[in-house]
Design a protein around this ligand. Structure first.
Ligand SMILES: *Cc1c(COP(=O)(O)O)cnc(C)c1O
Length: 427
């Protein structure tokens, strides 16, 4: 039965960036609890991915489960046009409470990519309302990742984003070099030289600068200097341009601060949140902005912000978000992230001496082993599963961002498995 189901899946269902009918290896999850995925064949895997940054409290967290069940017993969904409900109100209050005081208004979106679309539309409407309808372009840095929908794709790295296929349809944006100075070091002004020149020549067309603060995620898993952002902020102010921070991956403690912008000490004009927002229980994202941006948007024609998805502020998702943030804030997350950080640094350090390894880097609860050559997923994925861990490398990157509840023993086993597999592919 199990093989029949897997075969059906391979023949008919797309997975992320996959081909149907290509017989890609799939691992069939039967249940999950804490930091463990249990497969149909009985094998247990330690989850190193937190299901792509999102499951920060682990699977089947009792408080999360209860929050969702309680909401199901009230209502699971209701349209948000003209109606409202406690989960949305309380989650918005909570988000404004834990983010920078300058952020004052919340738009609930269905996914990270959509929250990026919403942020970009906000920036365009902000300028249009002031009579600058020509400001519709975005400045960004290379190696960024912002999602898979068209607006979001247009600001992804044009090379690693693999979106060149769609170049004719994509809006043409303006790209500066990626931030070059690693996290923890002082960025020289020369890092922003080209970005400054681009601002100088294009500022009248630019609605906003969009980038991932501190951690560039799917575009390369790089950690860069907070100094870069401080200098970027000064330039954005000088040229009167909005800043959008995409914290869909970094939000909710992952980088060692509750939000990565805290490393740089200032808030963006617009902030995108997603992934860990619901503790990985439901799809939900949010775009936050200041009162000034919100009021400016609605001061022009047509007097409203022009976006409104069918499932906006889905009550189940909002209930999950609210519970997740409450758990996070009560959990002593700083100590947990610090413990994971130290465990990853210690556990992955043996990789440093391997010949096929370019660099090992750790920031917050994120660990990256960058190899010299791209890995063969068909080979490495089963090897990792064989070692009892769920890690999903891409390109040259073997990386982990485990749930914050991972135990010391699990963390040691996770790192050990990675080192073992990286070493085995060395030969
Ligand atoms: C995952 C991610 C997105 C896209 O979010 P989806 O929910 O997959 O649409 C956008 N930006 C960043 C930084 C991300 O990590």
């Amino acid at each position: 039965m199990q093989n029949k189901d897997l075969y059906f899946d391979q023949q008919h269902i797309w997975h992320p960036y996959s081909a149907v009918g290509a017989g890609q290896p799939l691992f069939h999850v039967d249940s999950a609890e804490g930091c463990t995925l249990r497969l149909k064949d009985g094998r247990e895997l330690i989850d190193g991915m937190a299901s792509w940054w999102s499951v920060i409290h682990g699977y089947r967290h009792p408080t999360m489960d209860d929050a969702l069940k309680t909401q199901i017993d009230r209502f699971s969904h209701v349209m948000f046009g003209g109606l409202t409900h406690d989960p949305a109100i309380h989650l918005a209050e909570k988000l404004l409470d834990i983010t920078h005081p300058a952020l004052d208004a919340v738009f609930f979106a269905d996914s990270g990519s959509v929250s990026v679309e919403v942020a970009m539309k906000m920036a365009i409407q902000y300028w249009a309302s002031q009579g600058h309808a020509g400001r519709q372009k975005f400045l960004t840095v290379r190696s960024g990742y912002h999602g898979d929908t068209f607006g979001a794709m247009s600001v992804c790295d044009p090379v690693t984003g693999m979106h060149s296929l769609f170049a004719q349809t994509l809006a043409q944006q303006i790209f500066a070099p990626r931030p070059a100075t690693p996290f923890g070091q002082t960025a020289p002004a020369s890092d922003l030289k080209e970005l400054k020149a681009l601002l100088e020549s294009h500022h009248k067309e630019i609605a906003a600068i969009i980038l991932e603060p501190i951690v560039q995620g799917a575009g390369g898993m790089r950690f860069y200097s907070s100094d870069y952002l401080v200098q970027l902020k000064a330039l954005a102010d000088a040229y009167d341009i909005l800043i959008i921070f995409d914290e869909i991956a970094t939000g909710f403690g992952r980088s060692g601060k509750l939000f990565a912008y805290e490393h740089a000490g200032f808030a963006p004009d617009i902030l995108c949140l997603g992934k860990a927002l619901t503790g990985g229980y439901m799809t939900l994202a949010a775009t936050l902005t200041s009162r000034k941006v919100a009021e400016t948007i609605q001061s022009g024609e047509p007097g409203v912000f022009m976006h409104g998805p069918t499932f906006m502020a889905n009550p189940l998702a909002c209930a999950a978000g609210l519970a997740s943030i409450e758990i996070l804030m009560q959990s002593g997350w700083q100590a947990k992230v610090k413990r994971i950080s130290e465990g990853l640094a210690r556990g992955l350090s043996p990789c440093n001496s391997l010949e096929n390894v370019q660099e090992v880097r750790v920031l917050g609860a994120i660990g990256v082993v960058e190899l010299k050559e791209a890995v063969d997923m068909k080979v490495i994925q089963p090897m990792l599963v064989e070692q009892g861990v769920w890690v999903r490398p891409f390109g040259k990157l073997v990386y982990v961002m485990p749930p914050y509840i991972i135990s010391d023993a699990q963390l040691i086993q996770l790192c050990h498995a990675i080192c073992h597999v990286v070493e085995a592919t060395n030969r």
